[in-house]
Design a protein around this ligand. Structure first.
Ligand code: AMP
Ligand code: ZN
Length: 467
């Protein structure tokens, strides 16, 4: 398997710590609001990575946290707690909000055929583990207390900025949009491990600790939860690119200081889904969700296909025009597959040859668009129906598009009366256009649309359909 590693900034040959076993960790959602389709792009691509590894014969153990405490409005320890913000918005408790949006997240995952990780652990389940790690960091002199909080001392590390050749200044901008300098910090890049004093002292969830009643910083949770379930050696850690700094940088700093050796070998980052206004983000409030796509009549799996058609290392621009095209392609492909009948016996040589190509595409740094091209090749191939259906089912273990069972939209058919009406109107519009009465022509188009009829001018004349 070839995989791009953000740590080395190169595509590398994947080598697991323990032969055949892969320890994989994913930063889970902050459950103060619905996941937007940008978050879900990351989870779709990470799902494909996990399924690719399994398909290629690895035994994967995947762990994900649920962030239900400690994530502040700015990723860099300032601002209001996101969970509290959600609770205030909806006049509920933090735990009610956490439960509701965790359930909503997994419902979205189900709609998108994203497999649930083997272990899912909310941060609030692991407070004793966080306290233990912080105690060890203090003992080892990697952390210090100041102003009631415990901070990680980044000046103790030879190379804190492990991910990037960018300058410190470049890294700071973009993620620290609401920076207010914390005067307790010895160094600008130090980060909070445990809070007892925050500007926002109405934090709802607090726990006793050796440093007083308080709550953990965001970064510590991923280090502890991953080690709790995967041990001290991790193979792949995933997240969206915004997690690279400061979150993953801080995770590495505290984890490696705690265990005293290299922690994780491969860092897999999914680039952002953007729209014409830029990165989609929950804090902007107005964002697209899977439920909204469903309300608008889209099959969530068409959105999965939309994501799979581009590479995870490129930003992806969302628009409804492109989603419409992909939905059309999804339905057309599903309709073609429906026509493929079981006939003949499995052609093992053809099966193996297509499967080999499919695996080669996916193990080439998760080239999903090439994998879909191979799926199209199978549908067109000169092999019997039994072999085609077996290949499509097999590929679906990774692609998760459910094409063999897709529910196709029912074709609407116009009755004779409506057909006669539409044709008369089209004739009338033709006359109006001839007489250069474009206002009338447009009015007829609108009148038809109001009746659920869409007309289109083509070189072969006017065509129409029910919408
Ligand atoms: P959050 O719920 O904010 O903690 O984010 C959950 C995951 O979504 C993280 O891995 C983020 O890096 C990722 N993410 C956030 N915004 C986007 C986006 N616009 N496109 C893709 N992934 C994103
Ligand atoms: Zn994380």
């Amino acid at each position: 398997m070839q995989i791009y590693n953000t740590l080395s900034r190169r595509v590398e040959t994947f080598k697991e710590n323990e032969k055949g076993k892969v320890a994989m960790y994913t930063c889970g959602p902050t459950v103060y609001h619905f996941a937007h389709i940008g978050n879900l792009r990351s989870y779709i691509m990470e799902d494909v990575l996990e399924k690719t590894l399994r398909y290629a014969g690895y035994d994967v153990k995947r762990v994900m946290n649920i962030t239900d405490v400690g994530h502040l409005s700015s990723d860099a320890d300032t601002g209001e707690d996101k969970m509290l913000k959600g609770a205030k918005r909806e006049h509920k408790t933090v735990m009610e909000i956490a439960q509701f949006y965790t359930d909503a997240f997994f419902a979205d995952c189900k709609d998108l055929n994203i497999k649930r990780p083997d272990v899912v652990e909310p941060a609030t389940n692991c407070i004793p583990e966080f306290i233990h790690m912080i105690e060890v960091l203090l003992e080892k002199d990697y952390a210090y207390a100041a102003g009631g909080n415990i901070y990680f001392d980044t000046s103790k590390l030879k190379d804190y900025y492990v991910f990037s050749s960018q300058t410190e200044k470049e890294l700071m901008t973009g993620v620290r949009d609401d920076v207010t300098e914390d005067t307790n910090k010895k160094n600008k890049s130090d980060f909070v491990l445990w809070f007892t004093k925050s500007k926002f002292d109405d934090q709802e969830l607090k726990w006793d600790s050796p440093w007083g009643n308080g709550y953990p910083g965001w970064h510590i949770e991923c280090s502890c939860i991953s080690m709790k379930h995967l041990g001290e050696y991790m193979d792949i850690h995933c997240g969206g690119v915004d997690n690279i700094f400061p979150h993953h940088t801080n995770e590495i700093a505290q984890s490696e200081s705690y265990i005293g050796h290299k922690w994780c070998n491969y860092w897999f980052h999914v680039h952002h889904l953007v729209d014409k206004n830029g990165k989609m983000s929950k804090s902007k409030g107005d964002f697209l969700t899977v439920s909204l796509l469903k309300e608008k009549g889209y099959n969530p799996l068409a959105y999965r296909m939309f994501c799979l058609q581009s590479h995870y290392r490129k930003p992806l621009e969302f628009s409804f025009e492109v989603l419409d095209q992909v939905s059309g392609a999804y339905n057309k492909l599903a309709a073609k597959i429906k026509e493929i009948k079981e006939e003949g016996s499995l052609d093992q040589a053809a099966f193996d040859s297509y499967k080999e190509k499919f695996v080669a595409a996916l193990t080439d740094d998760v080239n999903t668009s090439m994998a879909i091209t191979i799926l199209y090749d199978v549908v067109k191939a000169d092999v019997n129906g039994t072999t085609k259906r077996a290949l499509i089912a097999s590929f679906d273990e990774v692609l998760g598009l459910d094409l063999l069972n897709a529910k196709l939209p029912e074709e609407k058919v116009a009755d004779a009366e409506l057909t006669a009406f539409v044709e008369a109107k089209i004739e009338e519009r033709k006359e109006a256009k001839k007489a250069k009465d474009f206002a009338k022509a447009d009015a007829i188009r609108d009148e038809l649309l109001a009746k659920g009829v869409e007309i289109k001018d083509t070189r072969e004349g006017v065509v129409w359909k029910l919408v």
